[in-house]
Design a binder for this molecule. Structure first.
Ligand code: PEP
Ligand code: MG
Length: 322
């Protein structure tokens, strides 16, 4: 099996009936890029920038960030790199950043909410990203977007910094795709409106499941509610993919679900364009997809959407895919 996976390393990802999808990797630091290349990743689908901010005693400067982003872009050799802006708060804290004590941190002051409030922090990151864009195929996405207003506010800050950098004579790419993570149900439901303004979606199922099922992703006692195959989740995923396609945009997924062997056939059937996962899952996923018929999976996914429980969906997949 390992020999078979190795052969697929430099191959595109194509289903048995010829449908092409992209398999990308989730990374946390520039060092992770080696693993992405070794495992045949077609891009980076999620660069979690939190690690740049963690493990130090003050905010990372624009220069430190610029160097990290540039390194990732250069080492990915022109392949797409989706960088997520800072997603701090929730369960992730920074020693040097005083965050409010909250009753429900996962429903509180985190990610884009914090960044729109602390523009000093956000603008520094945006400037570093914009400067790095000259070195590869940079795509930027905002985490935890709940409203169109938040997206527009974040986009406007990005555009302001872009204008400033150009006035300073700095080089900035003209073709940076700008997207959002879909990890809050309001945004999934309203995806048709978002699709008119973003270049792409990336579905963050780790949070989307937690918020849809109202079950803390860290809480063992309610872990039984953490159901990727629940038809409610599948329907939200479908809404997002269809909304993107209606506007000629693409949809990826960067939550754990994207690398899950039971979910992959369903996601292929729902029309997901890009799957982003841990690097070591890429070759097994490419092998799995090469043996699936996208047309059959489309029909299976349509059936799954009409089922009532996650267990029924899992059983359907088991009966159709081996
Ligand atoms: C997600 O929520 O699915 C996601 C990819 O983001 P994180 O796990 O970093 O919250
Ligand atoms: Mg998330």
């Amino acid at each position: 099996q390992i020999a078979e996976w190795k052969k697929l390393r430099d191959e595109p990802t194509v289903s048995a009936d010829g449908k092409h999808v992209e398999l990308a990797a989730n990374i946390g630091t520039p060092n992770d890029v080696t693993g992405v290349i070794e495992n045949g990743g077609e891009g980076v689908g999620l660069y979690r920038t939190e690690f740049l901010y963690m493990g130090r005693d003050k905010l990372p400067s624009e220069e430190i960030q610029y160097n990290a982003y540039k390194t990732v872009l250069e080492n990915m050799q022109g392949k797409p790199v989706v960088v997520r802006t800072l997603d701090i708060g929730g369960d992730k804290e920074l020693p040097y950043l005083e965050l409010p004590k909250e009753m429900n941190p996962f429903l509180g002051y985190r990610a884009i909410r914090l960044c729109l409030d602390r523009q000093d922090i956000f603008r520094t990151q945006l400037r570093a990203l914009l400067r790095a864009s000259a070195h590869g195929d940079l795509r930027i996405m905002f985490p935890m977007i709940a409203t169109l207003g938040e997206f527009r506010a974040a986009r406007d800050l990005l555009l302001e910094e872009k204008t400033k950098l150009r006035e300073e004579g700095k080089e900035v790419s003209d073709s940076i795709q700008l997207g959002i993570m879909v990890e809050i149900p309001s945004t999934a439901v309203l995806a048709d409106q978002f699709a008119k303004e973003v270049d792409f979606f990336s579905i963050g199922t780790n949070d989307l499941i937690q918020y849809t099922m109202a079950a803390d992703r860290m809480n063992e006692q309610v872990a039984y509610l953490y159901q990727p195959y629940n038809p409610a989740i599948l329907r939200l995923v479908k809404i997002v993919i269809d909304a993107a396609h209606a506007e000629g945009k693409w949809t990826g997924m960067c939550g754990e679900m994207a690398g899950d062997a039971t979910a992959i056939p369903l996601l292929l059937g729902l029309g997901l364009d890009e799957f982003s996962m841990s690097a070591t899952s890429i070759l097994p996923a490419r092998s799995q997809i090469s043996k699936l018929s996208a047309a059959d999976m489309k029909e299976m996914a349509a059936q799954a959407l009409q089922l009532g429980t996650a267990e029924e969906v899992a059983a359907l997949v088991q009966s159709r895919v081996n």
